[in-house]
Write a protein that binds this ligand. Structure first.
Ligand SMILES: Nc1ncnc2c1ncn2[C@@H]1O[C@H](COP(=O)(O)OP(=O)(O)OP(=O)(O)O)[C@@H](O)[C@H]1O
Length: 593
């Protein structure tokens, strides 16, 4: 109940924030219904006036009917138009808020959690309904006003009408259960629906297209999608059937009681114990009660929906606030590093995982050093990078920057003092200038800065191939957008990482994975240059790579194995030990010979 009240208030507050005036105009449509509430009474007056040949009563009835009809129509026209545009605006407000909240979480741990993903998926699936929720709240208000008004009118017409009202209650009250079943079905559908989206993506997106065709997976994917869809569709169909049965049973009860009461009143009218006007009023009100019962059912369904969807939004808001509260650091990172970055007993367990991915990692990354991190697939390299950049929060131990715990730094300021190119780089479909310039928003439109960054990333030739140079629109989602190869996109991402001048931490996480040998060679030379520049103010350059030719040039090599530091030292030291590192190095050197 509390969630429902919070959700309804959330929707109303959002509407008022979007436009107080329009929100007020929307209320007019609700008021129009109140204006129409007394129409059955005016009809009863009209009939009484006609029977009793009372022109004054007939005139009053006609004036009231015409007046109320005019008010209803005018308010409805104004209110309806306002409602349509208002719910679109409120919906847009929620869309932007959800994007803002989701991206405002400073770390990425939550994205590794299946529970978060399921909740976020349900919220995204129902995102559009939050705008419609404002409409739902107004409809519920209208149903409540009309319901109470009609109830009072019905009881004043004849006390037996109470029986009809009571007969309508079961179907109205059952709506609360059926909507709860609906919510449970929606929640249960979150994970299968994510799975179905993944399967549909495999079948329709260009990335996996070649594998799907080479391995002839089309039919297999279609069957898998059908099976996954059926899993939750069956639940939905079953739910609709149960809902239909309950509603039909409730409607039959209402109909039977209404017929009995009307028949009873008709007999009394024939006997002269009930006036014709009261009989007509009761008959009109029974039809209206039937309508109100339906709109109350709809409103309860809507309010539960508002409560569920609003509840999910409030959950995201609370979750974001809780995450923000955990980021209590206020310390400003130093302008330059004097000792470097270190880790003490660092460990990390992914949400929902049984065992830790990293354990007891103790490292000293000296200021100004170029540090290479190597290790086999799954050794924990990206996880370590996540912890050092503050994207993941350590489960145990800590990361220290010049001896100060990373947690104590203002996370936004720390982020502004680092840069890098990441394994999962973004394909930013902007102009080439912006796609690179966002690496340092202050220089977004600075052409020389972007050209320098391209040069440092050895990516100037990517620019030469673009028809309008830096002004070229990238990406096929645009009519004249130019599509790049995987390697070209990655080189733009590296250029983006070179936009900041003096990062304290420069991360290059497998930046050469999609690059050819010539580009790789050119790039390594630039890296050394960038590292010297970063090193000038004590910045640490962290390079994750599988290519040992780069590793040899690093000041320090960290070998990770099964989530722990297996070896650490310079290339020469590690190689002379003839251990795991030397084995891997020789293996790769032989491959290149
Ligand atoms: N979201 C996650 N949930 C649970 N386990 C995860 C998650 N992400 C990664 N892991 C596990 O953590 C381990 C280390 O992964 P990580 O990506 O850090 O390795 P890596 O050394 O960077 O590998 P690669 O060289 O293949 O990129 C892997 O065994 C992986 O299964």
């Amino acid at each position: 109940m509390l969630t429902m009240i919070r959700s309804v208030w959330l929707v109303i507050a959002a509407s008022i924030r979007v436009s107080p005036w329009q929100s007020a105009v929307c209320l007019l449509e609700t008021l129009s219904n109140a204006a129409g509430l007394l129409q059955p009474l005016f009809i009863a007056w009209l009939i009484t006036g006609a029977i009793e040949r009372d022109p004054a009563l007939v005139l009053r009835a006609v004036c009231c009917l015409v007046g109320s009809l005019t008010v209803v129509v005018v308010l409805m026209i104004i209110g309806n138009n306002a409602r349509v545009s208002q719910y679109e605006r409120v919906g847009f407000w929620f869309d932007t808020e959800i994007s803002r909240l989701t991206s405002s979480i400073a770390t990425l741990d939550h994205l590794q959690s299946a529970e978060y993903q399921d909740r976020a998926q349900t919220l995204r699936d129902h995102q559009g309904q939050l705008g419609f929720a404002f409409n739902g709240v107004l409809n519920a208000l209208r149903a409540a006003v009309t319901g109470v008004g009609t109830l009072v009118l019905a009881l004043t017409a004849d006390p037996r009408m109470l029986l009809v009202v009571l007969a309508g209650l079961p179907v109205v009250l059952s709506t609360r259960w059926t909507t709860r079943w609906q919510t449970a079905t929606d929640d249960a559908a979150a994970q299968p629906s994510r799975h179905v989206k993944h399967l549909l993506g495999l079948a329709t997106e260009p990335g996996p297209g070649a594998e799907v065709r080479v391995f002839g997976l089309q039919n297999w994917l279609r069957d898998a999608t059908a099976t996954a869809t059926r899993g939750w569709l069956d639940r939905r169909v079953g739910l609709a059937r149960r809902q239909g049965l309950l509603e039909s049973a409730g409607n039959v009860i209402f109909f039977v009681v209404a017929v009995i009461v009307l028949g009873w009143m008709l007999i009394d009218t024939i006997r002269g114990q009930v006036s014709i006007a009261d009989f007509v009023l009761a008959a009109t009100l029974i039809t209206r009660l039937q309508m109100i019962s339906e709109s109350l059912q709809w409103s309860i369904r809507m309010l539960v929906r508002v409560s569920d969807d609003g509840g999910r939004f409030l959950w995201l808001r609370d979750y974001t606030a809780a995450q923000a509260a955990r980021q209590r650091g206020t310390t400003t990172p130093p302008d330059r590093l004097s000792t470097g970055i270190s880790t003490v007993g660092l460990g990390y367990t992914y949400p929902g995982a049984d065992s830790p991915t990293l354990t007891d990692v103790d490292l000293e990354l000296p200021a100004g050093a170029v540090v290479a991190v190597v290790g086999e697939n799954g050794a924990g390299k990206s996880t370590l990078i996540g912890l050092l950049t503050g994207m993941l929060r350590p489960t145990t131990g800590s990361v220290l920057v010049d001896g100060v715990d990373l947690e104590q730094f203002d996370i936004a300021q720390w982020r502004s003092r680092m840069s890098g190119a990441f394994q999962d780089y973004a394909r930013l479909e902007f102009s080439a200038q912006q796609s690179i310039g966002v690496g340092n928003l202050d220089d977004l439109d600075d052409r020389p800065a972007v050209r320098d960054a391209l040069d440092e990333a050895a990516a100037t030739d990517v620019l030469t191939a673009l028809p309008s140079g830096l002004d070229t629109q990238l990406g096929t989602t645009w009519p004249d957008g130019v599509e790049l190869s995987g390697g070209q996109w990655q080189r733009l991402a590296i250029a983006r990482g070179m936009m900041r001048d003096s990062p304290l931490l420069l991360v290059l996480d497998e930046p050469t994975a999609a690059l050819d040998a010539g580009t790789e060679h050119a790039l390594f030379e630039r890296y050394a240059e960038a590292a010297r520049r970063t090193g000038g103010h004590g910045g640490v350059t962290l390079l994750v790579t599988h290519r040992f030719s780069t590793v040899a040039a690093a000041d320090l090599v960290i070998v990770l194995r099964d989530g722990s530091v297996a070896e650490i030292g310079t290339h020469a030291e590690l190689y002379s030990r003839g251990s795991h590192y030397a084995e891997l190095y020789d293996l790769q050197a032989r491959g290149y010979r």
